[in-house]
Design a protein around this ligand. Sequence first.
Ligand code: URA
Length: 433
Amino acid sequence: MRMIDIIQKKKSGEALTTDEINFMIESYTKGEIPDYQMSAFLMAVYFQNMNKQETADLTMAMVNSGDRINLSAIKGIKVDKHSTGGVGDKISLIVVPLVASVGIPVAKMSGRGLGHTGGTIDKLESIDGFKTELTSSEFINNVNTYKMAIVGQSANLTPADKKLYALRDVTSTVNSIPLIASSIMSKKIASGADAIVLDVKVGSGAFMKSIDEARELARTMVDIGKSLNRKTVAVISNMNQPLGHEVGNANEIREAIEVLSDKGSKDETTVALTIASYMTVLGGAFSDFDIAYKELEQIIKSGKAIDKLKELVKIQGGNPELIDNPDNLPQAKYHIEVKASKDGYVESINAEQIGVTAMLLGAGRKTKEDDIDFSAGVTMVKKVGDKVAVNDTICILHTNKESHNEAIEVALKAFKISKSKPKQIVYIYDVVQ
Ligand code: URA
């Protein structure tokens, strides 16, 4: 088999066979196919798409490119969740203890942030002493005993996806539905989940800019999950502004504490409860979504959910007292208030640009090697639909950097203020199952 023939076939819109896809992914992982040929192939997929069978084959080829995590020693249905990536997206920090508190095992592998998006592992590391690397027996024991563990992805999980994702990032081929779907689903399958809830973000801070595209991505991933015998549900949620009020690391931990203590914002709480409810239904704790949602709301109100977060911090090496005293989490030296330049209503907030602002303040990485500042970030004081008067504070920038002008400029531009009140915001657009 030759890579040039595979590129030619895809370029002319033909479907590839399972053998061709396996050959290509195996050879690319071993370094036998150069990046320039793979780049040409990715661009051909971007324009010509892949059918269901090809997308499922690509997913499995990437799963088989590295280790598969064996979770069979964990009792019960292991439920995982994955977000397609957003800004202020602290849903994993909320749903892991929440779902575990009803006895459903959550063995979570999470990533780090890159560019404008944040990562759960970075956020957790803002808790002094929190270990994001556990041995596999510690991981399994914690999930069996406490029903939860969150760790960074093991180095050899889906190495083909790691290589391909880095190449897509620099060849403008990230936002292709079969490529995103196979990338996400390969990681979920390789990390051993029995059931998967996907949070498909749509809007200015997401890869999918329209609801139709998001629906197609959701359907593709749900079909892959089902074809591989994994119960899969996709929730399509709004990413047309940052989720909640905090974007960064330590400040996102503070907001997760608020949600689990029944003091969260409406958007963050609704999305978290929706994802957690589907996870508990797939895990078999409740018979339907509405019952699950009500029960989980009660669990938050009762204080059980925040206690479970304290337990998570304790068993992974952090100090649980921080959860009662979140002001002791890292704090930045400077807090700069960004002011509205005119009267009106917040019509939109470009979530990606707020993510970029947080990165400029030190909360994110420009390259994989960069260190992050856990205390840096943005507090969204005003959100879409809020009334503002000239000179009102619309957001606060937290940083230890001496120069902040570029960040202020980007944050200001992210806010669009107009005369008329915008339509009511929808948090969840659709659910695909
Ligand atoms: N998240 C992933 O893991 N992969 C993609 O391709 C896009 C978002």
